[in-house]
Design a protein around this ligand. Structure first.
Ligand code: NAD
Length: 428
């Protein structure tokens, strides 16, 4: 009997795809998925899924050099030769060459997720995608429609849901602190990311890039939907380097359960900072408060010439094996694991995508974040313009049964249809 197999191709192998995805797939290639399942509460599938073989058949990036480098790294860790692809749209070549591909993993820049996702779905291939799933609500709808039509999984890598501290908040603490009133969530990225790692900063912004982690996390706690938001951003640091991108963005979202959450993001933290990123969140409830510092969890060291450093060992960590290689575990891997379990259930147990939707962060859930990102970007740009003109930051967005409406009081003299502009016409 042939061994049940899941064939994966990875598009995008930069800072995240080349590190987290590639290493996670390397462990799957060598040892399968069973060992990862208790971490995400899915160990009831361990026996069924233990025999499943995972193969990373292809890896694709923008340039030939980086594609070959990623394939060589995978070969070094696993002794398995994945095929290297490169170019502007290398996913088409992969989908052509591997008609039996099961999963396309997408870790391309933020603005380049929709094309490979739709191409994969058109061929009946499941998708594991980096966040944000896409940058507009319309694209989110296209993705969901295609996934439904083909009964295919689009799992979004929302790994903050699987941080052990966050699982404790979701399953326990949030009930203790009572109805949520307000909160803050922040993620501050290093300057290096915006000035050297990413070639695509001008096509994204700090909130679109890392805000989705928190909007999705808050959604996973409360299942609340947005009713309105306002947003502002600043451009002072990156313009010094000739980069026309926001340094920082602040978004306040009001939700249908009455809570109001401030999301603060930047990508200009100087290298002197002690951790890889600064991040955390806190929520005040009617009967208490929860604080979660994700950066400094009480683990810090310093040494001569090395400065003071922290590390988030919950995200991913290396566990030494007897043969000297290292197992890769953590919540950064967990969110990929759950998507692959859903794919296995559809492929091997004949389940529908609806039946497995509770197993992983779905495209339908990601759509809520996409709608927030989409509206926030428009509100932020208008407020940026009006602030420069000395008119304050008075633009907001409203979400209701009719869709998403921008509210711009600066256009009052032009009539109500200019003050209230519908940018999307379906309920979120
Ligand atoms: N889940 C997380 O915590 C997390 C962390 C970092 C990044 N990300 C997300 O991962 C994605 C990638 O981010 P990154 O940090 O790896 O960026 P990066 O710039 O380091 O890497 C991007 C990769 O995409 C490839 N690429 C670019 N254009 C391509 C094209 N047209 N076809 C094929 N490949 C192409 C590049 O060659 C590179 O390999 C982004 O969406 C980002 O938001 C997620």
């Amino acid at each position: 009997m042939t061994q049940p197999t899941i064939k994966i191709a990875l598009v995008g192998a930069g800072m995240f795809g080349g590190d987290v995805h590639l290493r996670a797939y390397a462990d799957l290639q060598r040892f399968g998925i069973a060992g990862q399942l208790a971490r995400v509460g899915l160990d009831k599938f361990s026996r069924d899924l233990a025999p499943v073989k995972f193969e990373l058949v292809a890896v694709a990036t923008r340039s030939e050099k980086s594609a070959k480098r990623a394939a060589e790294e995978f070969l070094r860790i696993t002794s398995y030769a994945s095929r290297a692809y490169f170019g502007d749209e290398p996913w088409h070549d992969i989908l052509r060459d591997f008609p039996d591909l099961d999963v396309l993993a997408v870790a391309t820049p933020d603005h380049l997720h929709t094309q490979p996702i739709l191409a994969a779905l058109a061929k009946g291939v499941h998708v594991l995608t980096e966040k944000p799933m896409c940058l507009t609500t319309h694209e989110a709808d296209q993705i969901i429609e295609a996934a439904r039509a083909k009964n295919r999984i689009v799992a979004v890598d929302m790994h903050k849901r699987y941080d052990p501290d966050h699982l404790r908040i979701r399953d326990d603490i949030q009930k203790r602190i009572g109805a949520p009133l307000y909160g803050t969530a922040f993620l501050e990225e290093p300057l290096e990311v915006s000035t050297s790692t990413f070639k695509w900063v001008e096509s994204s912004d700090p909130f679109s890039y890392v805000g989705p982690h928190w909007t999705d996390l808050i959604y996973s706690y409360y299942r609340a939907k947005p009713v309105s938001l306002t947003a502002v951003g600043q451009k002072k640091r990156l313009v010094r380097d000739g980069i026309n991108a926001y340094d920082a963005v602040q978004v306040r979202v009001d939700f249908d359960n009455g809570m109001s959450i401030n999301f603060h993001n930047n990508w200009i933290t100087p290298p002197d900072f002690e951790g890889p990123v600064n991040q955390g969140h806190e929520i005040v409830g009617a009967d208490g408060k929860v604080e979660s510092d994700q950066q400094y969890r009480g683990f810090r060291w310093w040494n001569k010439g090395g400065g003071s450093r922290t590390s988030n060992n919950h995200f991913t960590r290396d566990v030494l094996r007897a043969d000297g290689t290292r197992a890769y575990v953590g919540y950064g891997v967990d969110s990929l694991t759950v998507g692959l379990v859903a794919v296995c259930r559809v492929k091997f147990a004949g389940e529908t995508r609806d039946a497995v939707a509770h197993l992983y962060p779905t495209a339908e859930e990601a759509r809520i974040t996409c709608a927030i990102v989409d509206a926030a970007a428009r509100v932020r740009d208008l407020n940026f313009k009006y602030l420069a003109e000395g008119k304050g930051a008075t633009v907001t967005a409203r979400f209701d049964q009719d869709g998403i409406t921008l509210c711009d009081p600066n256009r009052a003299s032009e009539g109500a249809d200019k003050v209230f502009q519908r940018i999307y016409d379906r309920a979120i």
